[in-house]
Design a binder for this molecule. Structure first.
Ligand SMILES: *[C@@H]1O[C@H](CO)[C@@H](O)[C@H](O)[C@H]1NC(C)=O
Ligand SMILES: *[C@@H]1O[C@H](CO)[C@@H](O)[C@H](O)[C@H]1NC(C)=O
Ligand SMILES: *[C@@H]1O[C@H](CO)[C@@H](O)[C@H](O)[C@H]1NC(C)=O
Ligand SMILES: *[C@@H]1O[C@H](CO)[C@@H](O)[C@H](O)[C@H]1NC(C)=O
Ligand SMILES: *[C@@H]1O[C@H](CO)[C@@H](O)[C@H](O)[C@H]1NC(C)=O
Ligand SMILES: CC(=O)N[C@H]1CO[C@H](CO)[C@@H](O)[C@@H]1O
Length: 328
């Protein structure tokens, strides 16, 4: 019982934290959206009205940017060019692009649009990294983009799997990227490590507002480390894919932090979220699961704690034994 009480307190405490990071509210009246480094911005996208995102005043110590955009379940497309090409754009609910900067470049643009018939609410942010930081997805072979910082998530009722492309070592502007597959020594990208983080959204809240707020804690390295639970560490030799138990109706955000143990630097991939259910399916969609949880779990004290305990068990199942001991 004492353990139960502690668990409940832990949940209550975790719900009280607020999302970090400054927010700027969207001003898309002109089709040109001015962004600031490290600042979240809310924006609404409407079909047939693409927006151009622009970032000025990029300092010379920045070598690459990750621009990312998030929505709840309707797709948004982010592209380097106005014309969409498979190797220069990405479509989905949590999508980002890596922009490698040229010498002297101090400005960068991206194109944002949706094909959804309904307007889509998004939150977007550009982040900057320097030449010592590893580049998420810098050694991509599997997906269309040359450099792919995205996490590809698939789920069914039982299992949720995330997959991502390996990172590369950072490099200076105007130089060639380190080769991805020559040698596996300490001078190569094989020394990079990947920490996979998991973050649970508040239970029984499937609102867009809640998701877009909490996603903001899963974007930057320091925030991810402070707010999420590290579930597994992968080395250069491991497959960059991890599976978890699905919890249909429960919102979960995943992210991966790649770190360079020699330089003590790190960078975050683009987080991905799932509720392990569909918002658009006619039968068994997220809304009906939400009702189920509401009626059968959350309104009773024991039900609530029970669900929490279940999540802890699921989490532990997927952890290496060493972290299991730390956890208890
Ligand atoms: C939004 O754009 C309009 C038109 O250019 C401008 O007058 C207004 O100041 C902008 N608002 C914000 C918050 O940037
Ligand atoms: C995409 O592919 C086209 C040709 O298929 C190529 O010309 C272009 O440089 C590629 N763009 C990027 C960003 O890789
Ligand atoms: C959203 O985008 C994903 C990835 O490109 C695609 O598989 C899916 O079919 C799209 N969904 C809709 C409703 O267009
Ligand atoms: C670039 O330098 C500025 C000022 O010295 C610093 O605040 C910023 O964090 C640096 N940016 C990167 C990506 O290292
Ligand atoms: C990285 O951090 C470790 C311990 O925190 C320290 O011993 C080491 O000197 C650091 N390396 C670099 C290159 O800063
Ligand atoms: C929506 C739903 O499935 N509700 C169920 C909750 O649990 C009761 C029994 O405790 C069922 O009768 C309901 O159908």
């Amino acid at each position: 019982m004492e353990l139960l009480r502690l668990l409940v307190l832990a949940v209550l405490a975790s719900e009280r934290r607020v999302a970090g990071g400054a927010e700027v509210f969207g001003n898309s009246s002109e089709g040109l959206l001015e962004f600031s480094l490290g600042k979240f911005r809310y924006l609404e996208l409407i079909k047939s009205f693409p927006e151009e995102a622009i970032l000025h005043h990029i300092s010379s110590n920045v070598t690459f940017l990750i621009f990312q955009i998030h929505s709840q379940y309707q797709n948004t497309t982010i592209s380097f060019y106005k014309t969409l090409l498979p190797n220069a754009s990405e479509t989905g609910t949590n999508r980002g692009l890596v922009s490698i900067l040229r010498p002297e470049q101090s400005m960068c643009t991206w194109y944002l649009e949706t094909l959804d018939a309904e307007p889509v609410q998004n939150v977007a942010i550009p982040l900057s990294y320097s030449e010592r930081d590893p580049i998420p997805g810098g050694c991509n072979l599997e997906f269309d983009l040359d450099i792919d910082p995205n996490i590809y998530l698939e789920y069914n009722f039982f299992e949720t799997t995330i997959k991502f492309a390996p990172a590369n070592l950072g490099y200076a502007r105007g130089t060639d990227p380190p080769l991805c597959d020559v040698g596996t020594g300490r001078d190569s990208r094989w020394r990079l490590q990947y920490d996979v983080y998991q973050y649970f959204l508040p239970e029984n809240d499937l609102t867009e507002k809640m998701l877009l707020k909490h996603l903001q804690r899963m974007v930057q390295v320091s925030q991810v480390k402070a707010n999420a639970v590290k579930v597994v560490t992968l080395t250069g030799d491991d497959k960059t894919s991890v599976s978890f138990s699905s919890l249909p109706g429960q919102g979960v955000i995943y992210n991966v932090i790649v770190s360079d143990p020699f330089l003590n630097t790190s960078a975050a991939y683009v987080p991905a979220h799932t509720y392990a259910c569909s918002f658009e399916a006619v039968e068994g969609n997220c809304a009906s699961l939400g009702e189920y949880m509401d009626l059968n779990y959350s309104n009773s004290f024991f039900g609530f704690a029970g669900l929490y305990q279940l999540k802890e068990n699921l989490r532990i199942l997927k952890m290496p034994l060493s972290s299991f001991y730390l956890f208890i």
